[in-house]
Design a protein around this ligand. Structure first.
Ligand code: NAI
Ligand code: MG
Length: 491
């Protein structure tokens, strides 16, 4: 097992406060939240549990910072974002270890995925800060007017993020919000506040003006709900569970906040008989089990053509049996624990429900499951029907449900038989089929002969109950800007 770095141990042992107006300040209340190491069920430290008064203070700080931030040359905003990305790269080992200790993910995954994506996207959005432009428009009814549009920041952004990619999710929100000239109050998930607090330290170091970024730790009802309802917040951006998204819509309507919601999924993978089977097995495996299955895009419903169903399923089960469960700090572990006791109980509950409702577990139990920590045995189900909970609800754990189809039409119908519409995978060598299926699937992203690709320049976001508003890419900027139209009479 890799030893905990001195710098990480020293960070964890600090007294954790709220980051408001460029300072670390105590919360107004006295309550604290325990922060766990999911690999061994020990308490790592405690953080402040912000309440409504703390949210008021953070929103006031973000509001006060807005004029200066908007007036700053775009080149300076770009430089600050770029420098934040550079500093995270310099501290990559430290951040990866903090997310491993607090979230459970393997350090290898954090180093391969979370860190390069967060630094890449901060730098990508640094580039956009200097490229935001309006238009001039000639009105169709006459040209005696000079009409132009300005793209302006919305104002104060409230960001509420989940625990599955703790540092990365901070970047998803900070990058586009700051590039476009907004200020922000960010609430990390109560389970995983540590990398956000370490980020707050380097935000100071890098030199962001005070109050541009405020980071408040706390739970959903205590800190998230007052942020979502706050009349001083102009836009809310949320990633998490669909039912929480619905609560946020209710809370946000008081002052008609702009909103973007990145919610749950139950994404399908379709494996056709002509697929490259090696690639399809490996790709489908990653789609389900990466990050312990705790991905909004997890391709957890796998539908396979009858002709290759038996062989595919056996090969997927073999691949799953190679997983080595263990602490994320151990380089021999290929899968860490789930994030929390609650999540472990929830996922085990889904597995039990699958068995009770008549589906069959076909994965063997080769990998020993560590007793301490929030581990769940990776599982493959077959024989599930469309109405079972394991087919319909987001499990958010290492569980695949493999079903069958006999033709393309059936495959598309099965893929779309869900309330969600975040992602989908298609495995086939038939290029005409690729485009038919890509057009037929109701989801924000279709991966063809690959799965789970992310790039800062490429937008993604859900259809149906998976939410609205795109993240990443140029599209994400739209949800952090509002267009003002100016009519000038030339008479
Ligand atoms: P959650 O959606 O409740 O929590 C995500 C964030 O929302 C956290 O920061 C939380 O503090 C905040 N929050 C909770 N209630 C709130 C409220 N009323 N107002 C404002 N903010 C609030 O997710 P949770 O409870 O951690 O996980 C439950 C299930 O949700 C998981 O088992 C998983 O199935 C799903 N989930 C899905 C995610 C996705 O990206 N699709 C991410 C996280 C969880
Ligand atoms: Mg919740």
């Amino acid at each position: 097992m890799a030893p905990v770095m001195d710098s990480v141990a020293s960070f964890i042992s600090r007294e954790h406060q709220l980051f408001i107006g460029g300072e670390f300040v105590p919360s107004k209340g006295t309550s604290r939240l325990d922060v766990y190491n999911p690999a061994d069920d020990t308490v790592l430290t405690t953080v402040a549990a912000a309440g409504a008064e703390d949210i008021d203070a953070a929103v006031a700080a973000a509001r006060a910072a807005l004029p200066e931030w908007r007036a700053l040359p775009a080149a300076r905003r770009a430089e600050l974002l770029w420098n934040l990305g550079t500093r995270i790269t310099e501290l990559a080992d430290e951040f990866a270890q903090i997310d491993t200790l607090n979230n459970g993910k393997t350090t290898a995954d954090a180093m391969a995925v979370d860190i390069p994506l967060v630094t890449g996207l901060l730098k990508y959005y640094a580039g956009w800060a200097t490229k935001l432009e309006g238009r001039t428009i000639t009105p169709m009814g006459g040209s005696n007017f000079h009409v132009y549009t300005r793209r302006e920041p919305i104002g104060v952004v409230g960001a509420i993020i989940p625990w599955n990619f703790p540092l990365l999710m901070c970047g998803y929100k900070l990058g586009p919000a700051l590039a476009t000239g907004n200020t922000i109050v960010l609430k990390p998930a109560e389970q995983t506040p540590l990398s956000a607090l370490r980020l707050a330290e380097i935000i100071r170091e890098v030199g962001f003006p005070d109050g541009v970024i405020n980071i408040v730790t706390g739970d959903g009802p205590g800190a998230g709900a007052p942020l979502a309802a706050h009349h001083g917040v102009d836009k809310i951006t949320f990633t998490g569970e669909t039912t929480t998204g619905q609560k946020i819509i209710d809370a946000a309507k008081g002052n008609m906040k702009k909103m973007s919601l990145e919610l749950g999924g139950k994404s399908p993978s379709l494996v056709f008989a002509d697929a490259d089977l090696d690639a399809a097995v490996e790709g489908t495996f990653g789609a389900v089990y990466f990050n312990q299955g705790q991905c909004c895009i997890a391709g957890a419903r796998v539908f396979v053509h009858d002709d290759i169903y038996d062989e595919f399923t056996q090969r997927l089960v073999d691949r799953v049996s190679q997983i080595r469960l263990g602490p994320g700090l151990d380089p021999d572990s290929t899968m860490g624990p789930l994030v929390s006791r609650e999540q472990q109980t929830r996922v085990r509950g889904f597995i039990d429900s699958g068995v009770e409702q008549g589906a069959t577990i076909v994965s063997d139990a080769q990998s020993p499951v560590p007793e301490q920590g929030y581990f769940v045995r990776p599982t493959v189900f077959t024989g599930a029907t469309a109405d079972m909970r394991i087919m319909r609800e987001e499990i958010f754990g290492p569980v695949a449900v493999v079903g069958k189809f006999s033709d393309e039409e059936q495959a598309i119908a099965a893929a779309n038989d869900t309330a969600f519409g975040l992602c989908s995978g298609v495995w086939t060598r038939d290029s005409a089929r690729v485009h038919r299926v890509a057009a037929g699937i109701e989801a924000g992203t279709v991966y063809v002969n690959t799965y789970g690709m992310f790039d800062p320049a490429v937008p993604y976001g859900g259809f149906k109950m998976s939410g609205f508003g795109k993240e990443l890419g140029e599209e994400s900027l739209d949800s952090y800007l509002q267009t003002k139209t100016v009519w000038v009479n030339l008479d």
